[in-house]
Ligand binder design. Structure first.
Ligand SMILES: Cc1cc2nc3c(=O)[nH]c(=O)nc-3n(C[C@H](O)[C@H](O)[C@H](O)COP(=O)(O)O)c2cc1C
Length: 175
């Protein structure tokens, strides 16, 4: 997270045909950013290249989503999620993100690739509410592991009530 940025309530939106693309190394440091990523985040290419991808992390996002993202990527699988991102000027933008691991010819992970597009309104509404309660649970629970576990209970109970797993639920919302 860029600590110099103070979040405000100005929202930025993507057009239907906008795709934000970025690539990172295995540690999550940005190695490629397309023009739309720069425009929407208000960062220059110079500022983005080499920066950790959490440069656009918004404080409203629960840590659990990123734990699940990294656990899935390290397991060699792709992950979809809705995320509220923070631009350099403090404004925010919601996206529907897909992140996939990239492998070399021997099957070793060499980095990650992400495409983010305009989210469906229903997806944003659902995850805005979920993230609010997950973030609250994380804030009021002492200890990082316990905080993530409290957040996971909220999310996993929600999914169980829907009778779906994370990927199935998310893909149906964005369909
Ligand atoms: C290819 C790729 C794309 C990512 N895209 C985003 C993103 O759009 N927004 C975001 O907050 N984190 C994104 N992340 C996750 C960040 O690396 C980071 O885990 C997250 O911002 C949480 O920050 P923290 O790990 O410092 O808590 C991405 C990671 C990878 C590998």
């Amino acid at each position: 997270m860029n600590n110099k940025t103070i979040p405000n309530t100005i929202e930025r939106t993507l057009n239907d045909d906008d795709y934000i693309v970025s690539k990172t190394d295995t540690k999550g440091r940005i190695t490629y950013a397309n023009r739309i990523f720069m425009t929407l985040s208000s960062y220059t290419e110079q500022e983005l290249l080499g920066a950790p991808h959490n440069i656009v992390r918004h404080p409203d996002m629960p840590g659990l989503m990123f734990k699940r993202l990294w656990d899935t990527l390290r397991g060699g699988r792709e992950f979809h999620f809705y995320t509220k991102n923070l631009a350099k000027d403090g404004s925010y933008y919601w996206v529907f993100a897909n992140v996939t691991p990239s492998f070399d010819q021997r099957g070793q992970p060499i980095g990650y690739f992400s495409v983010r597009r305009k989210p469906k309104a229903a997806g944003v509404k659902t995850f805005q509410e979920l993230y609010r309660s997950m973030r609250q649970a994380e804030r009021r629970t002492a200890g990082k592991q316990a905080a993530l576990a409290a957040s996971a209970r909220i999310y996993d109970d929600f999914l169980a009530a829907q009778g779906a797993n994370h990927e199935a639920f998310i893909l149906a919302l964005q369909a």
